[in-house]
Design a protein around this ligand. Structure first.
Ligand SMILES: O=C(O)C1=C[C@@H](OP(=O)(O)O)[C@@H](O)[C@H](O)C1
Ligand SMILES: C=C(OP(=O)(O)O)C(=O)O
Length: 426
């Protein structure tokens, strides 16, 4: 297996522009496809997750023009649900932001679609979403294991209705229902059961829907009402913000190493919850300066924190490796759903952090990390999880090298991560 060894870095400093947000790119592509009119998407992320959405849209009869660098996409909207006469099979890799929203949109379209993915996708739940839709008349069937992809969907028109969805495993189920709500024929009410996780991603969903002309009444994240008579309309131009989760690695590097890094692409104006990662670094001792579209961090000696990270599960992984450089024991709490993402991230983080010498406690929904006095050089297994690869790159900010196995797995959301990381290493 290919691996990459990063030598110890002397100093961290510089400016970085992060690529477009994965969450915004896939939402905007789907809504542009369903919208009336043509949308020019700019600063689109060029990565595997987005490629899966684009390929699926092609199979679903959506016409678009992608620029050579794949960051501008002109989408000709369908002005309503998908309508395809032949059965289609859509391979969606391991992209949750393609699998879940497409599942709901296709259940309300005129299609016979089979959604498949990588082996790990077959272990990532979709049952709460499919059950919520089937309970109101949709026809979504599990082709292998009940509650998991692959699924076959025989889409149909459904009358406006009241749905209930469990929000405690993934916010993407609610996101999927919200985005497809205008495809129902009538008012839609969605009630959440269980504790809604990853809440800021719902704000992202509501924000993108509003940009495409659909408003949602949000009753304290417990009940959502989407009034009938609303249709997606192209905003003309939609610029994707830089990815706040991708920003976390560069900001953490500055915090750890005592340099200054300014990340461009997302800042105080961002709709992404993950920009709050900078506040966690501030609590650990770093200095943070906010700009409307950028965040600057200057490092200082870091100390451990004890925080509930449910709102920012992706960026929280970066706290896991920043903790190796903080005095004391860092507790990352309320991240049970790390277990159902690209890999079982709680177990993977615990295993790999121990390899570099940390003392780690892995709980059902938390991880506690105490750094060693000296980090070990280790070969980090990445489990086909882009975020494990990226957050463990920070180990080279010690006086010890780190080897990342299968570094190419960052292609899911950040194909040239290691190249960009090298631009702030002095
Ligand atoms: O809606 C989204 O864009 C996302 C929601 C989060 O997932 P969960 O809601 O499953 O925690 C996050 O981890 C994922 O990377 C992207
Ligand atoms: C959980 C993630 O991805 P997905 O959108 O596939 O859920 C992630 O990017 O960390």
């Amino acid at each position: 297996m290919e691996s990459l060894t990063l030598s110890p870095v002397g100093r961290i400093d510089g400016d970085v522009t992060v690529p477009g947000s994965k969450s915004l790119s896939n939402r905007a592509l789907l809504l542009a496809a369903l919208a009336e009119g043509t949308t020019t998407l700019t600063n689109l992320l060029d990565s595997e997750d987005i490629r899966h959405m684009l390929t699926a849209l092609t199979s679903l009869g959506v016409a678009y023009e992608l620029s050579e660098d794949k960051t501008t996409c002109i989408v000709k909207g369908l002005g309503g649900a998908f309508n395809v006469s032949e059965p289609v099979e859509l391979f969606l890799g391991n992209a949750g932001t393609a699998m879940r929203p497409l599942c709901a949109a296709l259940a309300l379209s005129n299609v016979d679609a089979t959604l498949t993915g990588e082996p790990r996708m077959e272990e990532r739940p979709i049952g709460d979403l499919a059950d919520a839709l089937n309970a109101v008349g949709a026809d979504i069937r599990y082709l292998k294991n009940s509650g998991y992809p692959p699924v076959n969907i025989k889409g149909k028109t459904l009358a406006g209705t009241a749905l209930s969805v469990d929000g405690s495993v993934s916010s993407q189920f609610l996101t999927a229902l919200l985005m497809s709500a205008p495809l129902f024929d009538g008012d839609v009410t969605i009630t959440i059961s269980g504790e809604l996780v990853s809440k800021p991603y719902i704000d992202i969903t509501l924000n993108v829907m509003a940009r495409f002309g659909v408003t949602v009444e949000n009753q304290d994240y417990q009940r959502f009402v989407v009034k009938s008579g609303q249709h997606y309309r192209s905003p003309g131009h939609y610029m994707v913000e830089g990815d706040a989760s991708s920003a976390s690695y560069f900001l953490a590097a500055a915090a750890i190493k005592g340099g200054t890094v300014k990340v461009h692409g997302c800042g105080s104006n961002s709709v992404q919850g993950d920009v709050k990662f900078a506040e966690a670094l501030e609590k650990m001792g770093a200095k943070v300066t906010w700009y409307p579209d950028a965040i600057e961090v200057t490092g200082a000696p870091l100390h451990a924190i004890d925080e509930d990270f449910n709102a920012i599960p992706d960026a929280a992984m970066t706290i896991g490796t920043a903790a190796l450089f903080a005095k004391g024991t860092t507790h990352i709490r309320n991240v049970y759903n790390w277990r159902v993402k690209e890999t079982d991230r709680l177990h993977a983080m615990a295993t790999e952090l121990r390899k570099v010498g940390a003392s780690v406690e892995e709980g059902e929904d938390f991880i506690s990390i105490t750094p060693p006095s000296q980090l070990n050089h280790a070969a980090i297994d990445t489990y086909n999880d882009h975020r494990i690869a990226m957050c463990f790159s920070l180990v080279c900010l010690s006086d010890t090298a780190v080897t990342i196995n299968d570094p190419g797995c960052t292609a899911k959301t950040f194909p040239d991560y290691f190249q960009r990381f090298s631009t702030i290493c002095r």
